[in-house]
Design a binder for this molecule. Structure first.
Ligand code: TXA
Ligand code: MG
Length: 357
């Protein structure tokens, strides 16, 4: 599969949206910015177009795609039914980084989108270019993150080109994405809002909206053995979570524990790896970054502002690849707010390797 990839620069966004929309309407695949990460879009109703996404990304075909829509009304048309609680979540968080998994209405999208499941992930993005593209194309747009499968999600158009140049029809450059991590994926089942993937909308914000009406439960909590959760097989699962996502090329370890002890533990891990012959990178909060010695030290922002680290993480992982880093030592950030999603992605990038400080 070889094709020419058109690049539409930010200065020509208007013409870019028009051209990209017509590519989509004709069964092509184009990457576009959202407020979370760049997506790789295709007409969700066309099996041919959607097939193009899986081929370009090298994505396993049992991992379903999220469908992007202009508003809640268009989203509801693709669902078999929507409960009052689900409608409440739509009204509270759309447009924005929340994906709702709903029973799919038969024939509404290609079965390639849902990977044969009887549910579909729906989201109304907030990014202006994404919204214009959806409106101009007239398509429900199926879009996973616009990276090669297994690579960190793209937060800039150049990341998309690094991975997919020559494999997709085009990329609309809208500058760096804001949130920097993917949307929160939720499924409402039996009065429980299950967070299948933590993301831009935090559990705290979901709880504020849901109030007494339902419990909000995250995968992480459900698997930590709190005692009250149902057996694991009853919890809904997101097919994508089983894949090793967000991975840099080097081996990564997350250093966790007492913030006072973190710096010494991080430097010790880095020194050990260097002694073994590794080229070492350190991902750290701004306060600590200056004191580390390694081939690459990448500050992710102030420790108390996890949203800055969320915004910077994927680009930092790609920078480690660009600089031939073979071993990455990453500092843990506090878990409040988007810190939970940040920790989730760091753990995935680290393949679950955690070192206690
Ligand atoms: O922020 C985002 O969500 C970005 C932008 C482009 O919108 N998209 C994104 O897509 O991250 P992707 O394909 O990289 O991740 C989609 C996740 C996967 O973990 C997938 O398994 C899950 O959503 N998902 C999609 N449809 C689902 C369904 N019907 N049931 C359960 N999980 C689903
Ligand atoms: Mg992805």
């Amino acid at each position: 599969m070889k094709q020419r990839t058109t690049y539409w620069p930010p200065e020509q966004a208007e013409a870019g949206v028009r051209e990209a929309a017509s590519v989509l309407a004709n069964g092509g695949i184009v990457a576009f910015p959202t407020e979370t990460v760049y997506g790789l879009g295709a007409d969700a109703r066309s099996a041919y177009a959607v097939e193009g996404i899986f081929a370009a990304k090298g994505r396993p075909s049992d991992n379903p795609l999220i469908v992007h829509l202009a508003d809640a009304e268009s989203a509801i048309k693709l669902a078999e039914r929507v409960s009052t609680l689900e409608r409440k979540l739509m009204d509270a968080f759309w447009p924005g980084p929340l994906t709702l998994v709903l029973p799919v209405r038969e024939g509404a999208v290609s079965p390639r989108v849902t990977a044969g499941l009887d549910t579909v992930g729906l989201r109304v993005p907030e990014h202006e270019l994404a919204r214009e593209l959806i409106a101009a194309s007239g398509c429900p747009i199926a879009a996973p993150s616009a990276n090669r499968s297994g690579r960190p999600s793209p937060t800039a158009a150049r990341h998309v080109l690094e991975d997919l140049d020559g494999r997709i029809d085009g990329v609309l450059d809208g500058g760096e994405t804001g949130v920097g991590l993917e949307s929160t994926v939720v499924r409402v089942l039996g009065g429980v809002v299950h967070i299948l993937r933590p993301g831009g909308i935090t559990a705290e914000r979901l709880r504020e909206v849901v109030g007494e009406e339902a419990e909000v439960r995250s995968e992480a909590e459900a698997s930590s053995g709190g005692g009250q959760e149902p057996p694991a097989e009853e919890a809904p699962r997101s097919p994508g979570v089983k894949y090793a996502h967000y991975a840099p090329r080097g081996v990564m370890v997350l250093v966790s524990g007492d913030p006072e002890k973190l710096p010494a533990a991080v430097q010790a891990a880095a020194d050990e790896a260097r002694a073994r012959g590794d080229r070492v990178g350190i991902l750290a909060c701004g306060e600590n970054a200056g004191s580390y010695r390694a081939a690459a030290v990448i500050p992710l922002g102030p420790r108390a502002e996890p949203e800055r680290a969320a915004h910077a993480l994927y680009a930092a992982l790609r920078e480690c690849d660009d600089r031939d880093i073979s071993y990455i030592v990453a500092e843990e950030f506090p878990e409040a707010g988007i810190g939970a999603a940040l920790r989730n992605r760091m753990l995935k990038a680290a393949g679950g390797r955690v070192l206690r400080a």
